[in-house]
Design a protein around this ligand. Structure first.
Ligand code: ATP
Ligand code: ASP
Ligand code: MG
Length: 319
């Protein structure tokens, strides 16, 4: 239950009907941890004035997941409804930009993400092909606002769970002293090479931020320095549990980044139109992978263990 996460040592999670009595008990305990995590996160954000939005499944625009140095997905799930092309949600980033600019200046959503990850990712222990993000956005915020918010909530969550001794939480080995250290990706490459994402979780004993990560067009990139104003939260053993950024909002910037990345602009027509009309507002936000944060908390070897119905890359069960 409290073993540390070791990449490569994964056992593929089984479906419910194949679990032993002992494994079913563990499954139920993990569900109790998940319930407490969700109650804590939603309660904290609600008490800080955020609105809780309901998620969507089909849209014309979704996260391009590109450029991605890992070229992570095997395919995009695209179909047609009512004669219109739609995609299943990769992430609700585009919705967050529009929603936070219009009716919901402070929002969060528990968003099901469908990403058909490359099948060899079944062995990372950190990837599912369906998962849930606790995704939030804050109009007018900067990176430090978001990092402070996340630090307060994560440290509060850990403190809250530690007081509940009946649950199988496995951390405690790392201190939750805030603020968390902020590291620049360039320094990590200099220290650990291109494999820094794998090395960092093994070397840190507490959560750390990594900034300046080249990503999709929607993360803010300083035109003068080329520095990306974004942040990923890495935790010991488990690795990345959150990604977020201050956002681009200006039409010309968004268009030039789409051109640079070879993104098909017709898949983002509404965002482009609104930004041209000056209706996209500056914001910042992030998404926490629910299965990742729970997996870290309970010491799961594979995040499929924390899913009632495991969605392991390359493995399609009945349910
Ligand atoms: P990774 O580099 O680990 O593959 P990513 O950087 O591509 O992840 P993001 O697009 O940043 O992922 O997604 C936001 C968050 O959603 C991540 O920080 C992580 O917590 C979670 N997440 C992303 N992909 C998966 C996945 N396949 N299974 C479970 N959680 C995921
Ligand atoms: N949720 C992420 C964000 O807010 C986007 C993603 O899923 O990559 O930046
Ligand atoms: Mg990420």
């Amino acid at each position: 239950m409290s073993e540390t996460f070791e990449p490569g040592a994964t056992v593929i999670p089984k479906p419910l009907h194949l679990l032993t009595d002992h494994e079913l008990e563990r499954k139920e305990q993990v569900a109790k941890v998940t319930t407490r995590v969700l109650r804590y996160l939603t309660g904290e954000f609600e008490s800080r004035g955020f609105d809780w939005l309901l998620p969507v499944v089909f849209s014309k625009s979704t996260d391009p997941l590109w450029p991605d140095p890992g070229a992570s997905i095997e395919k995009r799930v695209e179909t047609e409804i009512y004669g219109e092309p739609v995609r299943t949600t990769h992430s609700m980033i585009i919705h967050k930009l529009v929603a936070s600019s219009t009716a919901y200046p402070k929002l969060f959503v528990l968003s099901p993400n469908v990403r058909i990850e490359r099948r060899e990712r079944k062995d990372t222990g950190r990837h599912a092909y369906e998962f849930t993000q606790f995704d939030f956005e804050l109009r007018g915020a900067g990176s430090e606002d978001v990092r402070e918010l996340v630090e307060a909530v994560v440290a509060g969550l850990v403190a809250h769970l530690k007081t509940t001794s009946d649950l199988p939480v496995s951390f405690g080995r790392e201190a939750m002293k805030t603020p968390f250290e902020v590291l620049d990706r360039r320094d990590l490459i200099a220290r650990h090479g291109q494999e820094w994402e794998l090395v960092l979780p093994q070397q840190t004993s507490r959560p750390v931020w990594v900034t300046n990560i080249p990503r999709e067009f929607y993360d803010y990139e300083d035109p003068a320095t080329g520095r990306w104003d974004n942040y990923d939260l890495f935790v010991p053993y488990y690795g990345e549990i959150l990604s977020g950024a201050r956002r681009e909002w200006e039409h010309d910037r968004i268009v030039s980044k789409m051109e640079r990345d070879g993104i098909d602009q017709k898949n983002f027509s509404l965002l482009l139109r609104l930004s041209e009309e000056g209706r996209i507002k500056p914001s910042a936000g992030a998404g926490i992978g629910i299965e990742r944060i729970v997996g870290w908390i309970v010491g799961a070897k594979h995040i499929g263990e924390v899913q009632p119905f495991p969605k392991v890359p390359g493995v399609v069960y009945d349910l």
